[in-house]
Design a protein around this ligand. Sequence first.
Ligand code: SF4
Length: 234
Amino acid sequence: MAEKKPRKPKTFAPSLSGRCLRYTVMDLLGFGRHIAPEALVAMHDGASLHKRFQQSLVDLYDVVGVEVPLKDPVLHVSGRIDAVLKEGDHQVAVEYKTVRDDKFAAVRVAGPFFDHWAQLALYVNIGGYDAGRLVVENRETNERLMWLQWPDVHWKSWLVQRINTAQTYQEKRTLPPREVSLNCRHCDRWQRCFKSEAEREAAIAEHPLWEPHPAAPEIIQEGDPVWRQREDIQ
Ligand code: SF4
């Protein structure tokens, strides 16, 4: 009988870039998620808005590709970029996110969510693109905001360290300590960290701010994040 080949370790998905390390390792080890019905509906709606957004890019912009593969064989990263645009001599990675109305109001005031920015930072800094555009759309009103991101050595170093650390735990098949923060309230694997909602809330009250190690790099926003049409963004 032929010997069974050992299964290849799961690769690091770009969407894990700005997540809690423990959550990331759970993902790499194939732990299940408890996805609430309303989150499933939002995911479904987001998928159809994604297709519509990608089509609008193809219609209006100089598109190199949509669902462009990104693979880094050294870091064992693998994923797909929503779109890559050609802007002059630059190849620009585009990450598109849809959010609820209240979250849209929050990003309009405070800037992009860390995990959205980190995912784009991985495309730009590990994928080697000249720049990145993060587009956030309000699922209810279809308003959009957009930020431009440039390559940044601090982000690259932070991402590489986080990926390497997560993969060290993956190899040992152990979980790192919790990185407790307000994010735990919306985490779809929180039951692996707390015995009850009451225990989770008490931990969040004691430690609401996320403090990853190493410390997270800064999100540098430039200009006004209003979504611009092609003629404005050249
Ligand atoms: S509940 Fe909190 S600590 Fe646990 S995996 Fe989720 S975000 Fe990380």
